[in-house]
Ligand binder design. Structure first.
Ligand code: BG6
Length: 467
């Protein structure tokens, strides 16, 4: 891997620096990278905000998000010293021209420099900002010849049509290789490890198919509720927030065929091929394959007594290709549940005379990152008793290193120009296609929305109730 870019000065322009995401994820990630010496020495952060916001305001919560244990005052000071705030009317072209002039002054004198724009803003606000950036020349190569890059937060679009529009709008000004569509789940340490596990260990390759695998479940259960993000969640819901992006990306990485090379273009080609084989849910199948729930108290929290926003989703999917045809795929996510657990379970078929549990391979993405293989063993003793046992790889115990947070990896890879862990336009569009009919159906009314108590295992379906 080439890390030369990390030696070059970096100009990082952050739109939405005062927003929830930048505060919780981006600034703490920059802090950790700075602390570990993994950012360029010459660092210029340009924070954009509509209101008059001071640097002190921007970094006021950093300490609480970084956590006392790892917090160091001098690192915060260095981050602050590297930051300038620019107040800007985001709908005024002159403001973008002035911003560009400002960036050119900062970059002057550097032989090589990287410039990144980070758009941490709601997806509805993308289009006008992208247009004005494009019309005023922010996409053009820098004086040193480098192309600026654009980091974009999910959800990318609001539905299939808006995502297509957005892809088009962006392509008018920016090339695909300038665009880095973030899906921070793909950048999680344990998700990257799925690639290594699957493609560097030939052990499982020959059984990774419908003949041997019974089903696959991709599950992201959260204990947290919407944490005050009422406006965002009312417009988004769990299907857009988690399934369209994180869960379908995880499925693609788990089920895609071996890429020609373990390199960005080939990995994207394999992922896209898999997503294209995932059957889009047809309108007539929505009721049977898609389940939605909402935690009790949600409507009061968002002050909308009629809200139909789902905080829980379970989808049953099928992959129509020779490798996976007929293998049930389940995607599940929800907020305010009993446990925090993100994991992918690959469950193997059993011979008909077998007793005990099925063999299963579990990628534990968080917490307690690791990989578990559940096997049948003979319980010690003179009797022949079969017992389930786990072979366990626990990252914390096996590797005594601090795992990088996903956003740290996102930033470093964007600086390095490595698009492997980002979503391509085609992947994003295909993911919208898969769920589009569910979105449309759920938008109409609240039929089938099942309430569930906070802290529970999620909605109980009528069938489960009777059983
Ligand atoms: C974000 C979602 O993409 O991921 C949030 O918008 C969710 O709703 C978050 O809570 C979870 O991320 P992580 O990395 O904390 O599991």
């Amino acid at each position: 891997m080439n890390y030369d870019h990390l030696k070059r000065p970096l100009v990082l322009v952050i739109f939405g620096i005062t927003g929830d995401l930048a505060q919780r994820k981006l600034l703490p990630a920059l802090y950790q990278l700075l602390k570990a010496g993994d950012l360029p020495e010459e660092l210029h952060i340009v924070g954009i905000s509509r209101r008059d916001v001071t640097k002190d305001n921007v970094y006021a919560k950093l300490r609480s998000f970084v956590g006392e244990f790892s917090y160091a005052e001098d690192i915060e000071r260095r981050l602050k010293d590297s930051t300038v705030m620019v107040q800007m009317d985001l709908l005024n072209a002159d403001a973008y021209r002035e911003l560009l002039e400002h960036l050119q002054v900062v970059e002057k004198g550097y032989e090589k420099v990287s410039r990144l724009y980070y758009l941490s803003i709601p997806s509805q606000a993308f289009t006008p900002i992208i247009k004005l950036m494009g019309q005023t020349g922010h996409q053009r190569a820098l004086a040193c010849g480098e192309d600026p890059r654009l980091l974009i937060e999910k959800p990318f679009g609001f539905d299939l049509a808006s995502a297509k529009d957005l892809v088009h709008e962006l392509s008018v000004y920016f090339d695909e290789d300038q665009m880095y569509r973030i899906d921070h789940y793909v950048a999680k340490e344990t998700v990257q490890n799925i690639l290594t596990f699957r493609f560097q260990n030939p052990l499982f390759e020959s059984v990774w198919n419908r003949e041997h695998i019974d089903h696959i479940a991709v599950v992201a259960r959260e204990q947290i509720d919407i944490e005050g993000r009422a406006a965002f969640y009312e417009q988004t819901g769990a299907l857009r927030d988690f399934v369209q992006n994180h869960l379908l990306q995880l499925l693609a990485i788990t089920a895609m065929r071996r890429p020609a090379q373990l390199e960005s273009d080939d990995i994207h080609a394999s992922k896209l091929e898999l997503l294209k084989a995932v059957e889009a849910i047809t309108p007539s199948k929505v009721a049977a394959t898609a389940l939605r729930g909402q935690y009790e108290g949600y409507r009061a929290e968002v002050q909308n007594p009629d809200s139909n926003a789902e905080t829980y989703v379970r989808l049953a999917l099928q992959i129509d290709n020779d490798q996976w045809r007929g293998v049930p795929i389940v995607l599940e996510t929800g907020k305010a549940l009993d446990v925090k657990r993100t994991e992918i379970t690959v469950c193997f078929r059993q011979p008909s005379d077998a007793t005990g549990e099925q063999n299963r391979l579990v990628f534990r993405i968080q917490p307690q990152e690791g990989i578990t293989l559940r096997l049948q063993t003979k319980q010690p003793g003179i009797k022949n008793i079969t017992a389930d046992a786990d072979m366990d790889l626990d990252y914390a115990k096996s590797f005594n290193v601090r795992p990088a947070e996903a956003y740290e990896r996102v930033i470093v890879d964007a600086i390095r120009g490595d698009q492997t862990l980002f979503a391509s336009a085609a992947e994003v569009i295909r993911s919208w296609e898969i769920i589009e009919n569910v979105l449309q159906r759920w938008q109409r009314d609240g039929e089938g929305l099942i309430p569930y108590p906070k802290g529970s295992a999620g909605p109980v379906t009528p069938v489960e109730n009777n059983g």
